[in-house]
Ligand binder design. Structure first.
Ligand SMILES: Cc1ncc(COP(=O)(O)OP(=O)(O)O)c(N)n1
Ligand SMILES: Cc1ncsc1CCOP(=O)(O)O
Ligand SMILES: [Mg+2]
Length: 542
């Protein structure tokens, strides 16, 4: 299913308290349900007391290709840190090419699944996907009458990404009459919004705003009309109506074929955020960001041969196929400096491009004063340049920024996030470098799983205040104490880089340089000169 066709849609939300009175006939209080829940539900703390776990129950179809449907819902909830139970409405034979078969689950068995989950577990939020028959909608509504949930998120799935029908027009009446009136959020794409509104045109942002208001009149508290299929739009615009105000939500449109399941994922992520206690608008914003990040991360992965591939909800798959870290990239390591870029009136992306043109083999963004939001934008633009040139990009200090822009890794110092923590957050495939001045720190770096060491300052420098100089002797000691590759940093330029490399230490792989490249009029020219000097020095060595 396409991001807009097959899965969930939601819109802004209110606090759980504000939702409760509207939830239909509640036959058991939350307290009663808590008492009634069996031993199979949430986790027990060490002392035997119960730890409540946010819980989304998805009522949707299974996608054998696991890009969309129940499988996407499970992955999205897992990625958002929420438990997800699954009530399966249909089993589809599906892949990245299309839907080859649909087997609808018998109604009694659907009812049995609902009963099994709801009689035992504390469900916070119900999210619906493929509901292939009117009777299934009815059974679900009856179940919701009987058991209280904090919110109902309805993704009015009708057609798969591949264009295959998953719920015929007959379902529209059941949606309009039974499900929409009790929904807290509906998340139609353009086609679904149009179908629910008897075929009115939904082709522009203005149409989306009108559609959101009209759909709201059918009963849902919140409406999110998804504009992923909006013709001619450069960004992904969704329109959210909370019953009072229209919000246009913009996010970057990621160019990728791997969008199968984005609608299901978005709705499940919203449901998960609401289950964790978020109100609706923040839940939607966080979920849009999550989907965007996942798509960005997955834009080049290859699963299946069809026109629309699945993406990676956990941001883990790509790294396993990546080349292992090549220490030779440390040869000419360009480290940016915001002060120098402002002094020379250069956007950071230009500075990075020029350094790469001159022969920089790895780049680190060292932005000590940037606002987080600006830093992310800068890092994303530099990432594009570095990826296109095959040059790794690392982020200084900020693991969060590295994650947000899918950088190749981070460089941390002795007082920054510990390497082990950074590794647990970034996973095994990202590059992690750590600054070391001593042999003890170098040994620890290896134990902690760092990929390389930055050793310095080798010479005095004005770029980093109060930085103790270790000299060539300190560099030598660090290199000899570790198997890790080392890059020398601090006060290094064309005049002294050859002396550093002539230490002839096998694991000393290069020099990292700030001012000798970025505090100069022509970055490309300086980088080329340094590259030549390093090449001559290392050639002489061998
Ligand atoms: C390649 C490389 N080596 C060392 C450093 C210094 O990092 P750190 O000690 O964390 O100091 P700051 O750069 O954060 O001031 C580096 N950035 N790069
Ligand atoms: C970040 C850092 N870490 C140790 S020295 C240093 C600054 C290096 O800057 P420059 O290359 O201008 O001396
Ligand atoms: Mg640091």
């Amino acid at each position: 299913m396409s991001s807009n066709q097959a899965c969930l849609r939601l819109s802004p939300y209110q606090t759980p308290i504000s939702i409760l009175p509207r939830t239909r006939i509640i036959t058991m209080s939350c307290k009663a349900r808590q008492v009634d829940s069996g031993s199979g539900s949430p986790l027990l703390a060490g002392d035997g007391s119960r730890t409540r776990v946010p819980h989304v129950m998805t009522v949707a179809g299974s996608d054998s290709g696991a890009g969309a449907g129940i499988q996407a819902d499970l992955k999205a909830c897992g990625a958002r840190g929420v438990y997800c139970s699954t009530v399966i409405t249909a089993v589809t034979a599906q892949n990245t090419v299309g839907v080859q078969g649909v087997h609808i689950v018998p109604e009694e068995f659907l009812a049995q699944q609902l009963d099994s989950v709801m009689s035992d577990m504390e469900v916070d939020v119900v999210k619906t996907g493929m509901l292939p028959s009117k009777e299934i909608v009815r059974i679900l509504c009856r179940a919701l009458d009987k058991a209280p949930v904090r919110a109902l998120v309805v993704d009015p799935v009708m057609v798969s990404t591949s264009g295959d029908v998953l719920a015929g027009p007959a379902i529209l009446t059941a949606f309009r009459e039974e499900l929409l009136p009790v929904a807290d959020l509906i998340t139609p794409n353009l086609k679904e919004a149009s179908a629910l509104l008897d075929g009115i045109q939904v082709k522009t942002v203005a149409d989306m705003c009108s559609a959101a208001k009209l759909l709201h009149q059918m009963g849902p508290r919140h409406v999110l009309v998804k504009g992923g299929d909006l013709p001619g739009s450069f960004d992904a615009v969704d329109v959210y109506f909370d019953g009072k105000e229209i919000h246009e939500l913009h996010s970057a449109r990621v160019r990728t074929k791997n969008t199968h399941g984005t609608g299901c994922t978005l709705a499940s992520s919203i449901a998960a955020e609401v289950a964790k206690g978020s109100s609706m608008l923040p839940a939607i914003k966080a979920s849009k960001q999550y989907v965007e990040t996942s798509l960005l991360y997955s834009k080049d992965i290859s699963i299946g041969n069809g026109p629309q591939g699945p993406f990676d909800h956990f941001l883990r798959l790509k790294g396993q196929r990546q080349q292992p870290f090549d220490p030779n990239v440390l040869f000419l390591y360009a480290v940016t400096d915001s002060g120098m870029n402002s002094k020379w009136n250069r956007p950071i992306a230009n500075a990075v491009r020029e350094a790469i043109e001159g022969g920089a083999t790895i780049v680190q963004l060292r932005e000590k004063h940037a606002e987080t939001r600006d830093f992310i934008e800068m890092a994303k633009s530099c990432m594009e340049i570095c990826r296109s040139k095959g040059v790794p990009l690392l982020i200084n200090d900020r693991v969060d920024i590295a994650l947000a822009c899918d950088a190749d890794g981070v460089h941390v110092g002795q007082s920054d996030m510990p390497v082990r923590t950074a590794r647990s957050i970034l996973g095994p495939e990202k590059i992690i470098g750590v600054s070391c001045k001593t042999t003890e720190q170098a040994q620890q770096a290896w134990l902690d799983g760092a990929d390389y060491i930055g050793c310095g300052g080798i010479y005095p420098t004005n770029t980093k205040e109060n930085n103790i100089t270790v000299g060539l002797d300190g560099l030598k000691a660090v290199c000899l104490s570790t198997k890790l590759p080392v890059v020398a940093i601090g006060g290094i330029g064309i005049s002294n880089a050859p002396a550093v490399m002539k230490l002839r230490l096998p694991n000393l792989k290069g020099v990292a340089v700030v001012s000798a490249l970025f505090d100069r009029e022509c970055i490309t020219g300086e980088t080329k000169r340094l590259q030549e000097a390093l090449t001559i020095a290392t050639a002489y060595d061998s």
